[in-house]
Ligand binder design. Structure first.
Ligand code: PLP
Length: 412
């Protein structure tokens, strides 16, 4: 997947059984049924490679980083910092530009506090889109920016013409989701970045739903800030990355104070550590970094082109399968779409649908998916969302469709 869809020409088939065997949780029985895990946009399951990396770290290398001369501290520091090297290499960028955070949410809040707030003048705007996750809306509001949203078209794609027309001299930042978590829409971020940069406006990309499905090359993308979470890409929860242009990181002040982020401290004045450490106050999530690096290594081994091709085929299969369910309305049918099927069933509340699916072993998400303005745009309070990962199969989709036919009979 890229701005124009997956590159199918380079994609050899995946050995799905072998991939599934690497995820022990997929063998769980749910209410006596086979598990069809289709809640991957909320969080993905973790392969043996990640579980082993976490286990090995705690068994053989656990200590605090950067702070002691003993052997275990050296092991922990070396694994932690080599994780930063691996993560930087995965995104084709330098290690100094990889700031470790708790995830996409914290990364965006960091940019709001450290970058945007000091620049803000009355009337300044952040231009977002109508399909943003709350974490790409609320942080801007919290620092006092006027948050304006470009409209979403009926098929769930961005109204790019309207978005362009909304760029103006008061736009202090463009912030946009690369792949919508509620609709699957893939936004044309390369074009949007070029357009904003031509007007001298910096751009933040919310890559939470993108990095496990498409190659992200930060040295060519041209964005100013890129945010992502490990747990949506087969890594551990509570860990993520903020990437930023070096000049921004150098100019920005730290947003949290504490250990590790300082160079010197006195009661009169403190000075800051170098980038990226000045943004990493306190004991970091050491195993999170190690687990994320292992997850990205695992993705690399499979190859993102093959992952994207598999998910693309599954999305087409799933879209067809859902057409056979009475009363089902898909929300989000953009031509350029990632593996997300969001829908409502006539007259049935999504939570009731979700509860029936759960009884059939099918795990989906129901609710507003932290995109309340988008739900309002489509005139619904919630949807049912099935979201795909590389380990999903036709069996998962068939199980979903059968459970939905049952829900449709029971609830309508
Ligand atoms: N942005 C998008 C598009 C998301 O889907 C999510 C999580 O669902 C987030 C941001 C927030 O990610 P996290 O909760 O890992 O910080």
């Amino acid at each position: 997947m890229n701005d124009r869809g997956p590159d199918l020409t380079r994609a050899a088939a995946l050995d799905l059984d072998a991939i599934r065997a690497q995820f022990p949780i997929l063998a769980e029985s749910i209410h006596g049924k086979r598990l069809a895990y289709l809640d991957n946009a909320a969080t993905t399951q973790k392969p043996e490679a990640v579980l082993a990396a976490l286990d090995d770290y705690y068994r053989h290398a656990n200590a605090n980083v950067h702070r002691a001369v003993h052997e275990l501290a050296a092991r922990a520091t070396s694994r932690f910092e080599s994780a930063r090297d691996h993560i930087g290499a995965f995104f084709n960028t330098s290690r100094e530009q990889i700031v470790f955070t708790r995830g996409t949410t914290e990364s965006i809040n960091l940019v709001a506090r450290s970058y945007l707030q000091p620049l803000l003048q009355p009337g300044d705007e952040v231009l977002v889109t109508g399909m943003e996750h709350h974490s790409n809306i609320v942080p801007w509001q919290l620092v006092g920016a006027k948050t304006v949203a470009a409209p979403v078209l009926d098929d769930g794609s961005l109204d790019l013409k309207a978005w362009k027309a909304m760029l103006n001299p008061r736009t202090r930042l463009v912030a946009v989701v690369q792949v919508s978590n509620s609709l699957g829409t893939i936004n044309p971020i390369a074009e949007m970045i070029a357009e904003a940069k031509a007007r001298g406006i910096p751009v933040l990309i919310d890559g939470a739903q993108a990095i496990a499905h498409t190659k992200v090359d930060l040295s060519v993308l041209g964005a100013d800030f890129y945010c992502c979470s490990a747990h949506k890409a087969y890594g551990p929860t509570g860990f993520g990355v903020l990437w930023a242009r070096r000049e921004h990181l150098e100019a920005m002040l730290p947003w949290q104070g504490g250990g590790d982020m300082i160079r010197t401290v006195s009661f009169d004045k403190s000075t800051w550590n170098e980038v990226p450490y000045k943004f990493e106050a306190g004991t970091p999530d050491i195993s999170g970094a190690i687990g994320f690096a292992a997850a990205l290594g695992w993705i690399d081994q499979l190859g993102l082109a093959r992952i994207a091709a598999h998910e693309h085929e599954l999305l087409a299969y799933g879209t067809e399968a859902l057409k056979g369910v009475d009363g089902l309305r898909l929300i989000g049918t953009a031509a350029n779409k990632a593996g997300i099927l969001s829908f409502v069933l006539d007259q049935a509340h999504p939570h009731d649908v979700g509860a029936i699916l759960d009884q059939e072993g099918v795990a989906v998400r129901t609710g507003h998916h932290c995109t309340m303005p988008l739900m309002e745009r489509f005139g619904v309070s919630a949807t049912v969302r099935a979201s795909l990962a590389v380990y999903n199969s036709h069996d998962d989709i068939d199980q979903l469709a059968a459970a939905l036919r049952k829900a449709s009979r029971l609830l309508r």
